[in-house]
Write a protein that binds this ligand. Sequence first.
Ligand SMILES: Cc1ncc(C[n+]2csc(CCOP(=O)(O)OP(=O)(O)O)c2C)c(N)n1
Length: 623
Amino acid sequence: MKKEPQHIDISKIKDPTFLKSLNEDELEMLCADIRTEIIKETSLYGGHLSSNLGTVELTVALYRSFNFPKDKLIFDVGHQCYTHKILTGRSLAHLNEKNCVSGFEKMSESPYDCYEAGHSSTSLSAAEAFAMARDQKGEKYDVVALIGDASIVNGLSFEALNSIGSRPNKVIVVLNDNDMSIGRPSGGLGKFFRTISTGRAYNHFKAGYRRVMYRTVLGKKLYSFSYAIKSAIKQKLVPVTMFDNMGLTYIGPIDGHNIHALERAFKRARNTTKSVLIHTYTTKGKGYPYAEKDTNGYWHGVTPFDIETGQPKNLHPGLISWSHYFSDLTNEIMSKYQNSELIVPATQKGSGLEQAFQLYPSRCIDVGIAEEHALTLAGAMSLQGIHPIVAIYSTFLQRAYDELSHDCARMGANMTILIDRAGLVGSNGETHQGIYDEAYLKSIPHVIVTMPATQSEAKALYYQSFDNHGIVCIRYPRDFVSSEHDVLPVDMPFGRWRFLHKAAKKNVALIAVGPNSGEIEKGLIAQNIDVTLINPVYLNPIDPNDIAELLNYEHVFIYDAYGTKEGFGSTVESALLEAGYKGKVHCHCVPNEFIKHATIKQQEDASGLLPEQILSLVKAVLK
Ligand SMILES: Cc1ncc(C[n+]2csc(CCOP(=O)(O)OP(=O)(O)O)c2C)c(N)n1
């Protein structure tokens, strides 16, 4: 007898054990409720909406088919794990707020989170490692990696697949193919998924055929018979996929919103001895019409929005972000310098560079989630007389350290690197902080690191970067620009600091990095504090003449809320030491730690890096 559907109150879920006994109607209701919850919480707190709406059934089916946490589930990037959080007893309320649930997997939150990420394409290497450890210890469990179609096509993923396919340690790879990265995916490999011969149309037909035939006993028998014949023919006729060639058994494509079809595929995967790749196809943003229709990635990661209208809640009229200001400058620069080419690794939308792609389509390239390729490409372009502009988030530039050094700086490349989201990033937390680049970039010869405080400085730096100075990195934060009505030319000799104010007495020199120096300047004026204020602009290398100017001050304050102490702070400290400075150095930079999710203000506050905190310290030494 069919069980009456029971409604599950998702706020009461403690663990996923209840899932296996749910009937079809209950599963449908549960998935609808999870979607409503994801939409509600992201509308309040922001987060990765679309990717999570697309993986509801997939996650439910995984939990019904495997025994997590004994089996291991590894999410690639981890931005699509909201259903997993709900099913393992975590509320999405206050998502990404300080001391609340994170938007990514966090091992400290739950035993169901067996791994952590934030950067893409690490799940397959991690899954292989888990499988190797399992086999070495003689344990028995399955290791499942869930990875998107944009994340599986890069070098790191293919390095892992190449290895997984050749080893006996079984891994189950679940490919979530939604034909989307943040926006439309780039590159030819994605098209391969679409051309796998047992295509979507065939599977739609097959699902419909099965439904109809299953309505009668005779139909059921006929279906089984035809299925057996078809499978035999298919084995002979369907060409093996690239994944089969690499040594993984390919299963699919499977409708990733059909829980029963998924369960059948997972059962098959559990029963094979070799590593498997299950190709599922899903609709990104499923269940929220605005997100379903999105092709440019607007709904990938959202700030709070109105559910009815889809409009953002926190509008900032008259303000533009640093990303958008640099986007405007990029359009201007690309029209002036016909030899410039723009390279972005999958962050065209986040860095607001869509307009450049529309204006100069033949001179813009989105390489996908391939930061290493982006930098090697830029280095070689430069050798051919092109001036590359690489727009990249600070945190993702970490991936391309070697390429920047070996393929760009070493061969004397000239290029501009726009380092977006430099500094603390707020809600995305540890995995996305842009605070380390000052330190790692200064270790590479011929790399110039800069950070403007104003729009005028930003513009001047961008133009200077085209004067063949080598590799010029321009850092800017995830924040709004204090807008200037007129962006005026500034007197900014290349490589030199800007002394904004020279105090009457050589008591305190305060070096304040980036846009926060504007807040400091305002505070000094408002509180009538007379100290020498320097906006360094050029963070590396440092001109010895600028250091010489500091030697007679009793106190030198270094204030950098955008980089760790190992970056600009320690460069100035050691330069002062070398120059024989005898006064006291007060270094206030971001601590060299992995800083958890919170607002940027809270993160600055926790490290004593709010402009008002620095001003208090300055006042204290002046007493
Ligand atoms: C190394 C790295 N580069 C860029 C990003 C930014 N990013 C986050 S999610 C994403 C798209 C992922 O697409 P896909 O894997 O297909 O998953 P989907 O969101 O479509 O489910 C990108 C580019 C990242 N997290 N890591």
